[in-house]
Design a protein around this ligand. Structure first.
Ligand code: ATP
Ligand code: MG
Length: 311
């Protein structure tokens, strides 16, 4: 079982409009709403990959209830079990306004979580992690959750014998590194706090990944959008390039990458094969309009076009 953690769960709302003009009124052409948050996207991709997934996180209020209902089967996710810990606050909404090829996104911070609610989560998590082989920690956390959250969750996972993939940034990431997560996967912008600048080149991404390893990650992957990613593993370092540029919605490509990495870890694949598969799934996520979805047929097609090069 793979355990995915989504502390800042949301209802992701998508409006499609013909154009976007700040300060004016807009007629909305289509409306979409479904459970979201990075951990939810990861869980969706893993479920599509045929994995048994337990999704945990915090959920509250009517938005939290809507998330729970969505996950309970409205979208037909076989293999997914949601174990959400209730909070008094109202879970957040995100708003994506799609206009042509552009997307404008509004992310709420999320509800204030009390110390008592956080303790309740830690207790529940300790029980869930006992049955997990891999844990994926993704995304931001709501107010009230300490910056040491992912460090603590990584430590608990390791005590239970589970591997950890962390896809986060800032203090959440930095503090967790000391616990030695199996894979850290920030993107090129998110390493700026560590590198002193965003990673613009392969050399930058490699340097950032090496810094992540120096601070404790066993393997570090710095993703660079359509350029692919750099992976510094315990033995070798790789530059992984998509053979083909995929057009579509890149939001959630990183979540698909994290999911596919988790899938590869459970299969015990060697790094080149694991990285190739992960890059194919991530690229195929760009072709799917909604974050958390990917085009499985395209992933299979792209696998052999991915370039995995030692650096
Ligand atoms: N246009 C694209 N064509 C092919 N592959 C892509 C494209 N965009 C992204 N990818 C693949 O997806 C991976 C992850 O993308 P990216 O670096 O944008 O993640 P991210 O910024 O963490 O995304 P998010 O947090 O929105 O999920 C890249 O390393 C690359 O392998
Ligand atoms: Mg990301």
């Amino acid at each position: 079982v793979i355990l995915t953690v989504c502390l800042n769960i949301a209802i992701d709302t998508t409006y499609t409009v013909p154009g976007l003009v700040p300060g004016s009124s807009h007629r909305v052409a289509t409306v979409g709403a479904r459970a979201g948050g990075k951990g939810v996207n990861v869980a969706r991709v893993l479920t599509s990959l045929g994995k048994d997934v337990v999704l945990t996180g915090l959920a509250g209020g009517s938005t939290g209830a809507q998330v729970a209902a969505d996950l309970a089967g409205l979208t037909g996710l076989a293999g997914l079990t949601a174990e959400l810990v209730p909070i008094a606050g109202e879970s957040r909404r995100t708003m994506a306004v799609v206009h042509g090829a552009e997307v404008t996104v509004f992310n709420e911070a999320g509800p204030l979580v009390t110390a008592e609610e956080w303790r309740a989560f830690l207790e529940s998590y300790a029980g869930l992690v006992a049955a997990a082989g891999v844990v994926v920690l993704s995304g931001s956390v709501p107010p009230g959750i300490p910056a040491s959250a992912y460090a603590e969750l990584t430590g608990t996972a390791h005590t239970a014998g589970a591997a950890v993939i962390i896809d986060a940034e800032g203090e959440l990431l930095h503090e967790a590194l000391a616990q030695g997560p199996e894979i850290a996967k920030p993107n090129a912008n998110e390493v700026a706090t560590l590198l002193g600048r965003p990673a613009r080149t392969t050399d930058d991404a490699t340097e950032a990944a090496e810094l992540l390893v120096k601070h404790g990650a066993k393997t570090a992957i710095v993703s660079q959008g359509a350029e692919g990613f750099v992976a510094v593993t315990p033995g070798k370092s790789y530059a992984v390039r998509p053979g083909r540029l995929v057009h579509g919605n890149p939001t959630g490509a990183g979540d698909a990458l994290a999911a596919a990495l988790a899938d590869g870890l459970t299969k015990g694949q060697d790094w080149p094969e694991l990285l190739r598969n992960a890059a194919a799934v991530a690229a195929a996520a760009v072709a799917a309009p909604l974050a958390g979805d990917f085009d499985a047929r395209l992933a299979a097609e792209l696998r052999n076009t991915i370039q995995v090069e030692e650096v």
